[in-house]
Design a protein around this ligand. Structure first.
Ligand code: SF4
Ligand code: SF4
Length: 706
């Protein structure tokens, strides 16, 4: 928990107070030699995770280079602006620290490399994670692999940012610890991120506990000055400890480091566990649906018309930053499954020990929240994209949530040009974390498959719910977590390694969402229900108009995708002490919930904070970044009139879904779907029907199951 807000701290300054370090304008001259690779003493090559990290570094390093945009982006920016922008981009991707400098000749490791034309470099540092306890199975998996993990995380950031720079029109290349043309240690010193102490590069805040990646480029930059050798002790004073500058408080880092490694950074252990989710689910009535029925798939196939079909392939990648991630996002899909080691590793028979280790591993790799549950029958799609039946292959699901990043959300409207990047950042992080975990599980001798946003055989929502990571919210087909709210993307691994399950949770959200309605008020296309929960295909939920939401997200003319409901929800907050208190009040005292929702409006939560806006408003069109026709910059709509009876919501029950294989457009029948309101049951009616042993309604059955 934080005592001081970071609302006035621009994103390019990052989570550490680098701006307070004493710097020197004298050129760096080294009188002693130093190691060019940090932490090589770890030598962890025999450890299972170190091998997996190498595999993944090799995979992503194939995207170190790429083509440069056909034209320069229409931005009037000097080296100062551009440096701030690129640093902020790195921090958006969760770099620990970033520095910039010119590349001195002696930093080149290769003599003939054509990339030597690059004059400048960004140095990206990612800190080590805390160690995993010795009595945890994951301890041996990851032992000595901190440097590999941090280097891989840094490489993910460097590849994305190098892609962004190329998409703005400058040449750029990323360099990882495994594959580089440049001396990382030397550049860490030149960019003011380290000092030479006893032959080692030491960072003022991290010591030697970090990994690096680089982005060399011909973009103009404002170089950082190197650090003075004889520094004062002020850099780690009380301000650093308490986060007085808006930087992340060291006190909080210390506290988080004390938590058991299988617990997330958020105190989920304090939330009440329940045997069933807080919304009714008639498990035997929930139909398994084909992938063809998902609305993004329907948009792709042309069911929502030509414009939506054309925009479908690019809507979330419409910003040049997001396009920087696209090669990795697409390329990782083929690594979601793989070969299983024939012999099972000894010591992996205990479900409780395995669950603990898998969670510790997930947090070590940077998942924000992890839960485990049964991979329920109805969570599996019935048919794949090509119409083939999907076999229920695994009994268990490991579910992970990746925070989309509070700071950038704070500077955005939720549906402007950075919105798609927030989602894709979460998806990319998830794909890399889950990809490594699944690979490690397979090396232990078990089957494991990743289910990402680009290729999933399971629906994530019921799995997030059953793995105890949240409750279904008014936003509709979205589970909300008490600590990060709706601000996350999910990734799932299904597997057969023995695992103990988590339980669903109850933090009073059903009552809160009945009293709040902020997301419904702020949704730009009225897709979120203004009324109460209903039964839909076996689930109790605030049924959203998914068709309308999909159309808006895909064709949004003044931004890329949409996440305004996430942005404006009161559970999307900075994590200050006051937020913690409000959460506790909302859990303990139901009568405070309406008050808290109103107060959230009064203090202006959900508004745009211009201090946090770091990105250029640009649109990626035909291989270049252009000025977009407009930008969504929304204020809170406090006076909106919401009459539930006047809100037309389309209910596409299972019987209105397309068959598993229908390559041609099958236009939606919106009129019929709105009229299907007549078929709705309340949760009370559904319970009564079940008690009276009446049959499942016909409209809960898909065409292929009738
Ligand atoms: Fe509405 Fe946007 Fe949320 Fe969809 S994503 S429900 S359009 S606010
Ligand atoms: Fe629930 Fe309010 Fe958040 Fe909507 S904005 S999900 S109603 S708490």
């Amino acid at each position: 928990m934080k005592f001081f807000s970071s609302k006035n701290r621009p994103v390019h300054l990052g989570p550490y107070p680098l701006e307070r370090l004493e710097r020197s304008s004298n050129p760096l001259i080294f009188e002693e030699s130093f190691e060019t690779v940090q932490n090589e003493a770890e030598n962890p090559d025999h450890q299972i995770y170190a091998q997996v990290a190498d595999v993944y570094l090799d995979i992503i390093d194939q995207w170190q280079e790429g083509s440069v945009a056909e034209e320069m982006a229409p931005i009037k920016a000097d080296g100062h602006d551009l440096t701030r922008q690129m640093k902020a981009a790195c921090y958006f991707m969760d770099a620990s620290m970033v520095g910039a400098c010119e590349i001195p000749d002696e930093a080149w490791l290769t003599q003939n490399y054509e990339g030597k034309k690059h004059k400048n470099v960004f140095v990206i540092l990612v800190e080590f994670y805390k160690e995993i306890e010795e009595n945890n199975l994951a301890h041996t998996w990851i032992k000595g692999a901190q440097f590999k993990r941090a280097s891989l995380r840094a490489a993910e950031i460097a590849i994305t940012v190098a892609g962004y720079i190329r998409n703005l029109g400058w040449s750029a290349k990323s360099h990882s610890s495994n594959k580089t043309d440049l001396n990382h240690s030397l550049l860490t010193l030149h960019s003011g991120l380290g000092r030479l102490e006893h032959g080692k590069v030491v960072n003022p805040f991290l010591g030697t506990a970090f990994g690096t990646a680089l982005v060399s480029c011909d973009m103009p930059i404002k170089a950082d000055l190197s650090l003075v050798e004889n520094h004062s002790k002020k850099e780690r004073d009380w301000r650093f400890y308490w986060g007085k500058d808006g930087a992340f408080p060291q006190r909080e880092r210390n506290r988080l480091n004390q938590r058991p490694s299988h617990w997330s950074r958020y105190p989920m252990e304090t939330i009440k566990k329940v045997s069933q989710p807080t919304t009714l689910i008639l498990e035997d009535e929930v139909p398994r649906v084909p992938k063809r029925a998902a609305f993004f798939e329907r948009a792709r196939k042309g069911d929502l018309g030509e414009r939506t079909q054309t925009e479908r392939s690019r809507f979330a990648l419409k910003h040049p930053f997001t396009m920087g991630m696209a090669p990795m996002l697409r390329g990782l899909v083929k690594h979601q499954d793989g070969t299983i080691t024939k012999t099972k590793t000894q010591g992996t028979e205990n479900p409780e020990h395995n669950a603990k280790a898998i969670k510790s591993l997930s947090y070590f790799l940077n998942s924000d929240l992890t839960g485990i549950c049964e991979a329920k029958r109805f969570a599996w799609f019935s048919h794949d994209d090509d119409g083939k039946p999907i076999e229920i292959k695994h009994p268990h699901a490991v579910v992970m949530l990746i925070d989309q990043g509070y700071e950038t959300m704070e500077g955005a409207s939720g549906d402007d040009w950075i919105s798609g990047a927030q989602s894709m950042r979460g998806y990319l992080r998830g794909a890399i974390i889950a990809g490594q975990m699944a690979e490690l599980i397979r090396r232990l001798g078990f089957s494991a498959r990743v289910h990402s946003n680009l290729d999933s055989q399971v629906l994530h929502i019921p799995l997030i719910l059953f793995s105890g990571l949240g409750e279904l919210s008014r936003i509709g087909e979205l589970v909300l977590n008490p600590f990060v709210g709706p601000r996350f993307k999910s990734i799932v691994i299904t597997t057969n390694i023995p695992l103990e399950y988590d339980q669903p949770i109850d933090f009073g959200l059903q009552d809160m969402c009945r009293k709040c309605l902020k997301c419904a008020r702020e949704c730009p296309c009225q897709a979120i229900s203004w009324g109460d929960t209903v039964m839909f295909n076996g689930y109790e939920m605030w049924k959203p108009d998914v068709e309308r939401c999909t159309r808006y997200r895909v064709t949004n003319p003044k931004g890329s995708a949409c996440g305004r409901c996430m942005k404006t929800c009161p559970y999307n907050h900075e994590g200050l002490l006051i937020h913690d208190l409000f959460l506790k009040m909302a859990i303990q005292f139901p009568f405070t919930r309406k008050l808290i929702a109103d107060l959230d409006d009064k203090v202006g939560n959900g508004r745009i904070n211009p201090v946090k806006k770091w990105w250029y408003d640009l649109e990626w069109v035909d291989g270049k970044a252009v000025k977009p026709k407009g930008v969504n910059q929304r204020e809170l709509d406090l006076k909106k009139n919401m009459e539930p009876d006047k809100q037309p919501i389309a209910y596409y029950f299972a019987d209105q879904m397309p068959p598993p294989l229908h390559p041609d457009p099958l236009p939606v029948d919106r009129k019929k779907a709105i009229a299907a309101k007549e078929l709705l049951e309340t949760p009370l009616q559904a319970r009564k029907r079940k008690l009276e042993h009446k049959p499942t309604p016909d409209h809960y059955l898909t065409l292929s199951s009738k």
